[in-house]
Design a protein around this ligand. Structure first.
Ligand code: AMP
Length: 146
């Protein structure tokens, strides 16, 4: 069974983070610069204290007419962050994302260290790639190749 680790191995392992006192504007600039839809919020001790995503920009900043230049991330982030481990089964994480309507899940290793983030886009891309490989194998088998 494929696991979260199978996806992370194919991705750059850098974590995109911000601090709780960064403004929403700064967090959005960090997301845009790194072409991601979420940032992990880390405190001064490098502990994970929240997650802030593009959905939060829409529902907690724009819709409430807050000023992104003066609103700190800690006021609009989600604090109860769901994380998974490297061994988590991909199908399980896809179900959790669907059930909780979240598209980003940080990943911890066996030492409880954050080692990456997977998104629903990563999971979908992996499934497409795996299905493509199955189709090619079956085509080769049917056509008597390989
Ligand atoms: P998303 O669909 O990932 O953009 O996020 C939808 C909502 O769920 C936003 O309020 C996020 O802050 C929150 N969220 C996203 N990922 C997580 C996570 N791993 N744990 C908890 N909340 C999350």
């Amino acid at each position: 069974m494929p696991s979260v680790n199978d996806i992370l191995r194919q991705k750059s392992s850098s974590l995109i983070t911000t601090d709780p006192y960064a403004t929403v504007l700064q967090a959005v600039q960090t997301m845009n610069r790194n072409r991601v839809g979420a940032v992990l919020v880390m405190d001064a001790d490098n502990d994970l204290v929240g997650i802030f995503t593009e959905r939060d920009v829409l529902t907690r900043v724009v819709a409430r007419e807050l000023d992104p230049r003066s609103t700190p991330v800690h006021e609009v982030m989600t604090t109860d962050v769901l994380a998974c481990s490297l061994e988590t089964d991909l199908d399980d994480i896809a179900e959790i994302m669907k059930g909780r309507r979240i598209r980003h899940v940080p990943v911890r290793d066996g030492h409880d260290q954050l080692v990456g983030m997977i998104s629903i886009g990563d999971v979908n891309a992996y499934h497409v790639m795996a299905k493509q490989a199955t189709i090619e194998n079956m085509t080769d088998y049917i056509c008597g190749r390989g």
